[in-house]
Design a protein around this ligand. Structure first.
Ligand SMILES: [Zn+2]
Length: 197
């Protein structure tokens, strides 16, 4: 069953160990912030800083296993038709990011979207871990600089992630519309996911 991550919003799902989720970049230019928390203890969650140590690089590829803040396997990337460009370096956007970018008043953000997505399950995230920013294109240039570029993914391309333990996975269709994270059109859109057995 295809489930929508509405534009600018978050959505979560439970995954049993061995189940996979397909995250689909429906429109091709939409970044999807992704988190995973251990089902029976949300204090253990997928950690980008620990995962970079585990996989020895900053962008996971096929068969790379992402790990928790306790260094236990939690999600394995098993398929990727998006061009393989994702980000593990940037924090989730939040109200302060948009304040700094000059937005007046409240702006939708991935941090609040994570909280809202888990709230549908009666859960509260212990913090906002650094997300796996699917489809986000943040190249390291000159060996030491990071740049924000539009995604290279195409409409309908996807990533499959397999759960290595029972977990709850949350997604945010990033509402960034000030810098070109979601394409040069600065137009956040919906994305979709599907749980695969
Ligand atoms: Zn965001």
């Amino acid at each position: 069953m295809l489930i929508e991550i509405p534009a600018r919003r978050g959505k979560a799902t439970r995954l049993k160990r061995g189940q996979s989720v397909r995250v689909i970049n429906t429109t091709g230019q939409q970044v999807v912030d992704t988190w995973a928390f251990r089902a029976d203890d949300l204090a253990e969650f997928m950690s980008m800083e620990h995962s970079r140590v585990a996989i020895g690089r900053i962008i996971p590829g096929i068969d790379d296993t992402l790990v928790t803040n306790r260094r236990r396997p939690i999600l394995t990337l098993t398929a990727d038709t998006s061009g393989g460009i994702h980000d593990t370096l940037f924090a989730a956007c939040d109200r302060w990011r948009y304040e700094q970018l000059g937005c007046a008043g409240y702006h939708d953000n991935c941090t609040d979207n994570l909280a809202a997505a888990l709230k549908e399950f009666g859960l509260v995230p212990p913090e906002t871990p650094a997300p796996l920013n699917l489809f986000m294109n943040i190249p390291v240039t000159d060996g030491n600089r990071v740049e924000i570029r539009p995604p290279v993914s195409t409409p309908g391309s996807y990533v499959n992630l397999r759960a290595e333990l029972d977990c709850i996975v949350a997604f945010s269709a990033c509402p960034q519309d000030v810098v070109p994270v979601n394409g040069l059109g600065l137009r956040p859109t919906e994305a979709h996911f599907e749980v695969l057995d």
